[in-house]
Write a new protein. Structure first.
Length: 94
């Protein structure tokens, strides 16, 4: 029983570390993509129109307020669509 409790706590700690690392990488990616969006004059409204993601949710993504986004799986979908839109636009214009 004690060993199982230790293992559970260790697993929780590892999950928190993984989550923090994932969040850090996600923040870096979103920051870079926002810079690309701004430098290429892509308007958030254009992204909202094409992806059907609300302006409120797009602003939450760009300000790293991921907790304000809907729960999974919507959260991951919105972030992925945002990233894909900008990456595709950037690829087509380079």
């Amino acid at each position: 029983m004690v060993l199982q409790n230790f293992k559970d706590k260790l697993d929780e700690s590892i999950d928190r570390i993984d989550h923090a690392a994932d969040q850090s990488l996600l923040r870096k990616k979103v920051k870079n993509l926002k810079e690309i969006r701004v430098s290429t004059d892509i308007q958030l409204k254009s992204i909202a129109d094409k992806t059907k993601i609300s302006m409120k949710n797009l602003k939450s993504i760009e300000s790293f307020n991921f907790e304000k986004l809907p729960s999974e799986p919507w959260r991951n979908s919105f972030i992925s669509q945002y990233c894909n839109f900008i990456e595709t636009f950037d690829d087509e214009n380079n």
